[in-house]
Design a protein around this ligand. Structure first.
Ligand code: AMO
Length: 446
């Protein structure tokens, strides 16, 4: 049989039993057994076991081929004998008999064990060697799930008639307040890296009604925690013609439900590999005011929840209702950004909300102020410079319906969906106080 000149992907080998094919990929396992050599060959579509028999021309080269080397193999696809089949792995019932082996790129000796079960690095080493560790199936599974999360957000937004726009990353003023902002030298002036597309999504909403964006945002978070990064993928939505903040809650709930269903459907293998169980969302997610949360916790009311409060309220709600999610609304108006809508009956509290899951906040949002005069009152009270946000303010001088929106952090979602302990595990190239790819030294240099 003449070999197929074209490369066959590993996932298509099952249909090629009896044929000779060309497979190209990385050697992820090499096992020398007697005079034979077994390989696991990995390409973008999966893994297949290959065997080099003692009589094969390739046997000498096979014995010298190091892990993670890139090879091209011409081989025959055989059914495995019954006793050697493994239904638990991809291609567990077939094997590639190597006829010819070509090394496309020989790898250096690996600095650590990259095998499926032997891979056991501390997080710092894993991140220091991201260029290599990204090849491990466990890590690939995490980022495949993350890609599905982000894709599903987009898909659902489009299904709901939201319009996608690109928000700027360099901005003249900060939207969220606070000092957690990176200042940049902008020619002879200064500007900031955006903390949130907030003001821009509100502007674009005034033209398109329903808008969303998938954007990098930047937070100069001085806290080295397991849930804070300085560069985040923010999944943002904004919608006009709401009746109350509850419409925003409902839309965000449907969005999260859709994302979870897509992950369940499209990432079954990845979830199994990672041993992850998706968080459960019940029909109506429990929704409590901040005051009610503090009452339930039996602690004095404060202006926000601390991480311990978040963890405990999630545990209580899970026990009471089975829901891994809980919405918290009604934060003190002055503790939140200027654009959040104060409750009409009790303006001390606002119509902003957060969604917590498994002890961590995933999402913030709520109703916004849409009346220009009320907005200007807040601009003044919050001590903001109207000139710096004039573009935003202009939109609100020309007719804006009642509106609201929300934002999800893609890394926190990934971390919590997969039950990871540290947000850095859920981030391909995490940036934090101590790291930009490499670790920063005492002088703040890589
Ligand atoms: P907020 O500041 O709460 O809201 O951010 C929204 C979501 O982004 C994620 N997030 C972070 N993730 C990792 N590290 C951080 N330092 C970090 N900061 C935020 C969280 C959080 O829930 N403009 C509002 C949203 C809105 O009202 O529409 C905002 O930015 O998952």
């Amino acid at each position: 049989m003449s070999p197929k000149a074209q490369r066959t992907l590993v996932r298509d080998l099952r249909t090629e039993v009896g044929n000779t094919v060309v497979v190209k990929g990385w050697i992820s396992v090499r096992r020398d057994q007697g005079k034979m050599v077994f390989f696991d060959i990995r390409d973008r579509s999966g893994t297949v076991q290959a065997v080099v028999l003692p009589k094969s021309e390739a046997i000498e080269l096979a014995k010298e081929t190091r892990l993670e080397s890139v090879v091209s193999v011409e081989g025959k696809v055989n059914e495995r004998p019954e006793k050697n089949r493994n239904p638990k792995v991809q291609n567990g019932d077939i094997e590639l008999e190597v006829l010819q082996l070509t090394t496309l790129s020989q790898a250096e000796v690996l600095p650590f064990d990259m095998s499926l079960d032997g891979f056991n690095l501390d997080l710092t080493t894993e991140l220091d060697h991201r260029a290599l560790t990204l090849r491990h199936p466990r890590l690939q599974a995490i980022f495949k799930v993350q890609a599905v999360i982000i894709d599903s957000f987009r898909e659902f937004m489009k299904q709901q008639d939201f319009f996608e726009f690109q928000a700027p990353a360099m901005v003249p003023a900060t939207a969220e307040g606070g000092s957690e902002v990176f200042e940049i030298k902008y020619f002879d002036s200064k500007a900031y890296l955006t903390q949130s597309p907030q003001l821009y999504k509100q502007i674009v909403m005034t033209a398109f009604e329903r808008v969303f964006s998938v954007n990098k945002v930047f937070r100069a978070e001085p806290s080295a925690t397991t849930r804070h990064l300085t560069e985040i993928v923010s999944l943002d939505a904004e919608m006009a013609f709401i009746d109350s903040w509850k419409d925003v809650r409902d839309m965000s709930e449907k969005t999260v439900k859709y994302i979870l269903a897509q992950v369940q459907e499209k990432c079954a293998d990845e979830l199994t590999l990672l041993g992850a169980t998706l968080p459960s969302m019940i029909d109506e997610t429990p929704t409590l005011s901040l005051t009610e949360v503090f009452e339930k916790l039996g602690v004095p009311a404060d202006k926000d929840l601390n991480p311990e409060h978040e963890r405990r309220i999630c545990e209580i709600i899970k026990e009471e209702t089975g829901s891994d999610f809980v919405y918290v609304y009604g934060y003190p108006t002055r503790a939140k950004p200027f654009y959040v809508y104060p409750n009409a009956e009790n303006p001390e509290f606002n119509e902003g909300m957060d969604l917590l899951c498994r002890g961590v906040e995933w999402l913030s949002g709520g109703r916004r102020i849409n009346e220009y005069n009320q907005l200007m009152e807040h601009v003044e009270k919050w001590g903001m410079d109207p000139a710096k946000i004039e573009m935003f303010l202009e939109a609100f001088r020309y007719g804006v319906p009642p509106e609201g929106g929300f934002a999800l952090g893609a890394e926190r979602m990934t971390m919590q969906i997969l039950g990871l302990k540290n947000i850095r595990e859920a981030t391909m190239f995490p940036r934090d106080m101590n790291r930009i790819d490499g670790r920063l030294n005492d002088d703040g240099e890589v």
